[in-house]
Design a protein around this ligand. Structure first.
Ligand code: 13P
Ligand code: ZN
Length: 325
């Protein structure tokens, strides 16, 4: 049992206050391996960017609470030891689906949690979020709620409803005031996974619903908004996966300029999972194919880290969070 303060972590409140005021978003990056984790920390060290480490309930279970807490602590320490000063790091539960997920995460060192009641009826979503907020705020942990539904699958398939509906701006004030959440994830056209949107008839990609975001921003001035499903799905890695034995059909990411535009508005946190996953997998496939006699997994783990670091450096540039530590 740890509190996040003992691990040197920060909640997201101060991070978001600054991000909102200065018009950028804090990168919120899922990791599922140590290479990915190290690459994230390397990139944040170089760019002096604050970071939100995203861990799903699955990862929390798989690594174990103790290991996850210590890994996050190692990130904080590494950023300090490498002379970068204080680079705020938050460990955030991504898509907590139950009160128990959130409470367990808080008890084992998370500094921020998401309670995702977006698939529930409005009143049930409010009641669940309120309950999590009461528990979290007593411990100074920040809470993200969600209104509106994104399509596409999360890693555990929890969101594979295959449908989406945009957030109704008329509902956000009531949701935020009755739950007390510190930030709100909304649906404006992004989605989880590798196919994000349907192209227009002329082949161009549609715009996210910036009108909805602007309306929400007007109704909740100064309040931090969260964008899930914001990977850009870099074609380079899709091609690499297919070239080295994988089979990914059509993929469509969110255009970079649209992510950057959202980050300049009320969006203070942008979630990226798929880009890191396919990047790591593509590089692993390539390196294994090029080294058929390898008997030690370090043949790829050592090479994946610097390439992934470049990927995360680029994400930080898109979100504008460099030198905001
Ligand atoms: P992507 O599938 O676009 O990476 O979405 C990540 C996400 O929202 C994690 O919560
Ligand atoms: Zn998500």
């Amino acid at each position: 049992m740890y509190t996040y303060k003992e691990l040197g972590l920060s909640n997201t409140r101060t991070m978001f206050e600054r991000a909102y005021k200065e018009g950028y978003a804090v990168p919120a990056l899922n990791f599922v391996s140590i290479e990915q984790f190290n690459a994230i920390i390397d990139a944040c060290e170089e760019k002096r960017s604050p970071v939100i480490l995203l861990a799903s309930p699955n990862l929390h279970r798989q690594l174990g609470a103790e290991m996850l807490a210590r890994v996050a602590q190692a990130g904080v320490d590494r950023l300090k030891h490498e002379g970068a000063g204080e680079v705020p790091v938050s460990l955030h539960l991504d898509h907590g689906m139950t009160y128990e997920h959130c409470a367990h995460a808080i008890e084992t060192g998370f500094s921020s949690v998401m309670i995702d009641g977006s698939a529930l009826p409005f009143e049930e979503n409010i009641a669940l979020a309120r309950k999590v907020v009461e528990y979290a705020h007593e411990r100074n942990v920040s809470v993200e709620g969600e209104l509106g539904v994104l399509s596409g699958a999360e890693e555990d398939g929890a969101h594979d409803g295959g449908y989406s509906h945009y957030t109704d701006p008329k509902m956000v004030e009531e949701f935020v005031s009755r739950t007390g959440v510190d930030s709100l994830a909304i649906s404006i056209g992004t989605s989880h996974g590798l196919v994000k949107m349907k192209p227009n008839h002329d082949g161009t990609l549609p715009e996210l619903r910036f009108d909805i975001l602007a309306d929400i921003q007007k109704r909740l001035p100064g309040f931090p908004i969260v964008l899930h499903g914001a990977s850009t799905i870099l074609p380079k890695y899709v091609e690499m996966i297919n070239q080295f034995g994988g089979k990914l059909d059509e993929t469509i990411g969110i255009p970079e300029d649209q992510v950057a535009k959202a980050a300049k508005m009320a969006v203070c946190k942008v979630n990226i999972a798929s880009d890191g996953w396919i990047g790591a997998l593509a590089l692993t496939r390539k390196i294994l194919a090029e080294n058929p006699g390898a008997i030690d997994s370090r043949v790829f783990t050592l090479k994946v880290r610097p390439e992934l670091k470049d990927l995360y450096l680029h994400k930080i540039d898109i979100m504008g969070s460099a030198n905001k530590a």
